[in-house]
Design a protein around this ligand. Structure first.
Ligand code: KG4
Ligand code: ZN
Length: 420
């Protein structure tokens, strides 16, 4: 499929409600296929503040927040003069138009039956929800939190019904792979040419996976966590240390101070590197979390004996953060290196929220780039590393360009366990 299109993309798999408009074009020059993208609009509403109160993401709260957020986000995007097509519906409300509109409303009422708050806001604003010249809707349908995913999927269906356009369902993890292809600052860019096979390391709050990327849209998952995801381990470790959610960035900051100041504590020794010698590409982070828990418990007893308070000192928190990070990241680097070598891959693509971790980036450069294990490492820019809809738009476009297949609205479902 060749051509030029405008895609509206929607992401609600976890705790970010995000909508983008992406322009995508596929062209051919001799035998070379080119893919050009332009991010026309992008908006994210994060629920972090709400989830912070509870120390983590609760699916039903995420669902409620997505329902409240989506229509206002869309209206903000449509309200942007550069984005709007200017083709407002000038039809007089004659009898035929009225009947058609009523039919659509009835369809939408059914589609949004299980998202009552979203339905209410949608119907209140239906006359303002004009199609901003969109050809296709891309929506994340998994993996993620089922109630949260459903809000995005149902919203996509309602819009597709209102605007009479098609939907393409996007795998969130494939989105994280494409997210690294967006350059650091430009919003208009060509998809980089990759020397396949590549290895993708996906590290987020819900996933830790190593993917063999044989070509775009041709993946083989060669390793994954057998229990907790690495981001989840960061979050849980932070919680045990009394740090706010999401814990990854907090642990990263404390660990950095400990490293820069060479802080040591004879009672805090290095944590185990789970499964580092397992011979496969799998991970385990639940044991590391337990090791941190036991260490904190021991330190509390010790602190009580020494200074009558079981509170951990700032230094102890920083050293635990550093030791946790050292262990968590050493395993990521070791398995990724093995995957690159065994698959003769010279390109590494990192994706997911943990890709923001400074120490991970430093270690990747030191052990993989400087040791010539890889030629190129793609790391997502900040707004593309955590959950976003830019990556969903790009992935939707790439899949559409591949075979033009779209989803059957009646058959499209959210699939929390969707896998690459
Ligand atoms: O990809 P993402 O936004 O959401 C999921 O799909 O899960 O990833 C969120 C995860 C959280 O666990 C968060 O703590 C972690 O990414 N994270 C970090 C950092 N920034 C975000 N982990 C370590 N260091 C960071 N700087
Ligand atoms: Zn994600």
């Amino acid at each position: 499929m060749f051509g030029n299109m405008r895609i509206l993309s929607i992401e609600t798999s976890c705790d970010e409600s995000a909508i983008s408009i992406i322009k995508a074009e596929k062209s051919k020059e001799k035998s070379d296929e080119n893919y050009d993208f332009e991010i026309l609009a992008n908006i994210v509403a994060s629920q972090i503040d709400i989830h912070q109160e509870f120390g983590g993401v609760f699916p039903m709260i995420a669902k409620r927040e997505h329902q409240k957020a989506l229509v206002p986000l869309l209206l903000k995007i449509i309200g942007n003069e550069e984005i709007a097509s200017g083709e407002k519906d000038l039809n007089e409300e004659n009898e035929e138009v009225k009947i058609k509109k009523q039919e659509k409303i009835e369809k939408i009422q059914k589609t949004l039956e299980r998202e009552p708050e979203l339905l209410e806001i949608f119907l209140q604003n239906i006359d303002k929800i004009q199609n901003p010249n969109i050809d296709l809707i891309a929506v994340t349908n998994g993996p993620g939190l089922a109630p949260a995913l459903w809000v995005g999927v149902s919203f996509a269906k309602a819009l597709a019904e209102l605007w009479d356009i098609k939907i393409i369902a996007v795998n969130h993890m494939e989105g994280h792979i494409f997210s690294s292809m967006v350059p650091p600052s430009e919003n208009a860019f060509s998809l980089p040419k990759i020397n396949f096979p590549a290895i993708s390391l996906l590290v987020s709050g819900g996933h830790t996976e190593i993917i063999l990327v044989k070509d775009w849209m041709d993946y083989e998952k060669i390793g994954q966590t057998v229990d907790d995801a690495v981001g989840e381990a960061f979050d849980k470790c932070a919680r045990m240390l009394g740090l706010p959610y999401p814990g990854g960035p907090q642990i990263g900051k404390l660990a950095q101070i400990a490293r820069e100041n060479n802080l040591q504590d004879e009672n805090i020794e290095p944590f185990p590197r789970p499964m580092i010698h397992s011979g496969d590409f799998n991970f385990s982070y639940s044991g590391l979390k337990t090791a941190v828990l036991y260490k904190i418990q021991k330190l509390k007893i010790l602190n009580l004996e020494i200074n009558n308070s079981e509170e951990l000192s700032k230094n102890q928190k920083m050293i635990i953060s550093k030791e946790f990070e050292n262990a968590a990241i050493e395993v990521l680097i070791s398995k990724t290196k093995k995957a690159l070598i065994e698959n003769s891959a010279s390109v590494l693509i990192i994706g997911g929220g943990v890709a923001n971790n400074k120490y991970l980036k430093e270690e990747l450069n030191k052990h993989l780039l400087e040791e010539n294990i890889v030629e190129k490492i793609f790391i997502p820019r900040m707004d593309c590393s955590t959950d976003n809809s830019i990556m969903i738009g790009i992935t939707g476009a790439m899949n559409y360009f591949k075979d033009g297949k779209t989803a059957e609205i009646n058959e499209l479902v959210a699939d929390s366990g969707l896998s690459l």
